[in-house]
Design a protein around this ligand. Sequence first.
Ligand SMILES: O=P(O)(O)OC[C@H]1O[C@H](O[C@H]2O[C@H](CO)[C@@H](O)[C@H](O)[C@H]2O)[C@H](O)[C@@H](O)[C@@H]1O
Length: 264
Amino acid sequence: MTVAALRLPDPRPDWALFLDVDGCLVDIAPTPDAVVVEPGLPALLDRLAVRFGGALALVSGRPLAELEQLFHPARPAAAGQHGLEWRGRPPLPRPEGFEALDAPLQAFAEAHPGVLLERKSHGFALHYRAAPAAGAGALALARRLAATTAPELRVMPGKMVVELRMAGADKGTAIRAFMEAPPFRGRVPVFAGDDVTDEDGFAMVNAMGGHSIRVGPDIGSGHGAPPASAARWTVPDAPGFRRWLAGLVVMDEPAGEGAGGPGT
Ligand SMILES: O=P(O)(O)OC[C@H]1O[C@H](O[C@H]2O[C@H](CO)[C@@H](O)[C@H](O)[C@H]2O)[C@H](O)[C@@H](O)[C@@H]1O
């Protein structure tokens, strides 16, 4: 099993940066719309994009429109909804049974005070951060709906959330797609994430000879024991990750790999 190293890789100008949003670029907040973007962050993203030859992308579970709103006036490359949504590409058709999910999910939210239903164009998220006892029920409901009503949807537990999203893409396939074209092609992929939903991204950059960075210790979804993470590097928290990110703007010329490299 991989054991994440307790430090971060030495930066190199030939990196392509892939960044998760919640829990990395912004701290986890009580509700999705309560997150706070640090005032200098949009400008930092712009400067990093320049630093890495344009090879910087957000890879998030959030819809693209929200990413653009959050980081305005910066508008970095981005894949939304866990790799299902791409700027400039026609939206995918909605999966069979999608509309029929709204009513039972909304009924669950109404029956469990504190549970919040987030609607996306190709998925739903039942947030139970304010009602942790509802987590098991939310997961059971999502599994039942996926099995009986919408077979193209996948159940994906995350941080105090159960997501139902269309199959066919994930953060790993999103990173691979970015890496197939300029300005990403030929670079070393580096992906940072904090949640179990980021594991596909970690596995992909590992397979491509890149760096996987886990932000924070609690990669688990809250459902049972935390799964082992494929990430090879780790940083204790999101503010620490953002400090490291800020340092990349002023990095020296190629330093090579740090002594010892990541833990294995
Ligand atoms: O892939 P990400 O960019 O990390 O997005 C994952 C999900 O993040 C949001 O939910 C999470 O963050 C909220 C705000 O901090 C928090 O309240 C919630 O408990 C977390 O699960 C977002 O609402 C989802 O749509 C994203 O898929």
